[in-house]
Design a protein around this ligand. Structure first.
Ligand code: TXA
Ligand code: FE2
Length: 544
């Protein structure tokens, strides 16, 4: 079978032909390059209007007109661009009299890696321009295990370079500038498997602004000053922070799902430092890692044609009348017709808190000694040594402090027997006999809701309350406060709830009653505003 793919979600007008017999993919692309600033939707759509017919013609003639189906990016993306590419795809399917396939662009970014690596059920990290998320496959659907709480990763980097006056796209320029940089401390924000870039980006711009104000007459190529931060140091550190955040949440997702395969997708995946970090992390935990070649990472119609072929084979085609584009098409809305009903399931190779298989813990090695647990935050080879030392120290100290404060707030936690800060090691009381991930019930979900409400009423935030960070005994115990902090803000409290529900939705067959009970438990003692904020976070328009 030969499938023609059409891609036109934002900047890349592209057509491709995938031949399922030979597994070869021919791609023809034409990039829109804004003269100044970022991507303008109207200009980008004009570019699509000119370039799509051209790239389609090249691809069709490459296949000698021998095409069995037409697949196109149905969304997400910029409406005006999607419309142009969608119209072209519909017209082509009509003219050739072949079926039409509507592909989710984000799922295509990840399926291309799975297809090439021949992995069964990997965790997928998408690092693209307008998005950033972790997907796992469970019970016939992609589940969003974690995602950005504000902008996509590429857009965050591009906004920073726009601030510097550099042309679009900024990602490759930051990568080049980072080669001569040294580490400076910048914010690092992960919440469970979610993460955000806005604080980090403001700090980066601030650091550079200090430089440019004192260099006002120095011209754009001169970035150094005596008291400011050299721009290459900011670029270097930006990469170190952002990619370490993405790698950390990927590792957490591997740990939570028990998967030992990771694939990368999206344009930012072209960055060698990101790939290096992911590769090192996987190597350290004995997982397999795959990143497709660059032409399949950045936006391209090849990935649309490859997934389109699988969908067409599964009979997943769409009548022209029902083929409307969807600018907000989320990957978890896609009915996955082309995969067997396999799952990345919780429990798979994951022992209780990683106890019998210490390698599996996301962050720490945990050893059982009599009735005590020795938890050591091991150095992570993928992180910059300074960042690594800071994170291990800060999290160890915070964890010890917050475990005690939480207990005082009436939330059961293990007693802290001893702390060794230089070794980032805690000796803790052994509590419970299973993880909540192995023993989640409606009643326990409710009990946990109540515990988090109590924690929040004392202005404490857990930071990572997934089902793996709750122990089950005669009652529930909260463990692993390493991402915790003090805050009385409803947004921070709501994020705790969001993280828990994300871990349930990513792994439970029927998450709905569990989440409802959890929220009911929270509502008994917790603040109504937090639950309202939770609903808002869920529906928040992200990815600007
Ligand atoms: C919806 C769709 O239009 C969108 N696609 C998209 O944004 O294009 P993509 O090719 O996946 O990613 C482009 C981004 O990838 C970044 N990028 C490219 N090369 C890079 C590099 N070497 N280092 C860091 N970022 C890089 C660019 O700066 C830009 O932000 C998406 O997938 O989110
Ligand atoms: Fe993309």
């Amino acid at each position: 079978m030969r499938v023609l793919g059409v891609e036109g979600t934002a900047w890349c007008a592209s057509a491709a032909v995938h031949d399922t017999e030979t597994d070869e993919t021919f791609i023809e692309s034409d990039a829109y390059e804004p003269e100044s600033g970022g991507i303008h939707p109207r200009e980008a759509a004009e570019h699509m209007g000119e370039a799509i017919p051209r790239v389609v013609e090249t691809a069709v003639s490459h296949a000698d007109g021998d095409i069995d189906a037409v697949a196109f990016s149905k969304g997400p993306g910029l409406g005006p661009c999607l419309r142009v590419a969608g119209t072209a795809a519909r017209a082509l399917a009509g003219t050739l009299d072949v079926p039409l396939v509507g592909v989710n662009h984000m799922v295509a970014h990840l399926e291309i890696g799975r297809h090439e690596a021949e992995f069964d059920s990997p965790v997928c990290l998408n690092a693209s321009g307008a998005n950033a998320h972790l997907l796992g496959f469970h019970d016939g659907r992609y589940r969003v295990l974690g995602e950005t709480m504000d902008t996509g990763v590429g857009n965050a980097i591009d906004k920073f370079t726009r601030h510097l006056g550099w042309s679009h796209p900024g990602g490759p320029k930051v990568e080049a500038a980072a080669k001569d940089g040294e580490y400076v401390d910048l914010p690092y924000v992960v919440k469970g498997m979610d993460f955000s870039f806005s604080g980090l980006m403001s700090a980066a711009k601030q650091a550079v602004d200090d430089v440019s104000t004192s260099e006002a007459s120095g011209g754009p190529s001169e970035h150094r000053s005596d008291d400011g931060t050299p721009v290459e140091d900011v670029c270097f550190s930006l990469q170190e922070q952002i990619f370490a955040m993405l790698t950390e949440v990927s590792e957490r997702a591997l740990s939570l799902t028990g998967s030992d395969e990771l694939v990368l997708g999206g344009g930012v995946g072209q960055n060698a430092r990101l790939r290096e970090m992911l590769e090192k992390m996987c190597e350290q935990r004995g997982a397999a890692f795959y990143a497709p070649e660059a032409r399949f990472l950045r936006d391209n119609a090849g990935m649309i044609a490859v997934l389109g072929a699988e969908m067409a084979r599964a009979g997943d085609t769409v009548p022209i009348a029902d083929s409307a584009i969807d600018p907000n098409f989320r990957p978890d809305e896609v009915p996955v017709s082309w995969r067997e009903n396999e799952s990345v399931a919780v429990g798979h190779g994951v022992s209780a808190a990683g106890l019998s298989d210490p390698r599996r813990g996301a962050e720490a090695v945990v050893d059982l000694q009599d009735d005590e647990v020795v938890k050591r935050r091991i150095p992570k080879g993928y992180r910059h040594p300074e960042l690594d030392a800071n994170l291990r120290r800060d999290r160890t100290v915070l964890e010890a402090r917050l475990l005690n404060e939480a207990r005082k707030a009436g939330v059961p936690t293990p007693l802290v027997h001893d702390i060794d800060v230089p070794e980032a090691t805690l000796r803790l009381q052994h509590v419970g006999d299973a993880d909540l991930s192995e023993a989640l019930t409606v009643d326990r979900a409710r009990e946990l809701g109540d515990l988090l409400a109590r924690l929040h009423s004392e202005e404490l935030v857990h930071g990572d309350p997934t089902t793996q960070n709750v122990r089950v005994g005669d009652r529930l115990f909260l463990i692993d406060f390493g991402l915790g902090y003090h805050s009385g803000h409803p947004e921070d409290h709501a994020m705790d709830l969001h993280v828990f529900e994300g871990s349930v939705e990513g792994t439970a067959t029927d998450p709905e009653p569990l989440c409802r009970a959890f929220e009911a438990g929270y509502a008994e003692t917790g603040e109504e505003t937090v639950l309202e904020r939770l609903a808002e976070i869920r529906g928040r328009g992200r990815y600007q």
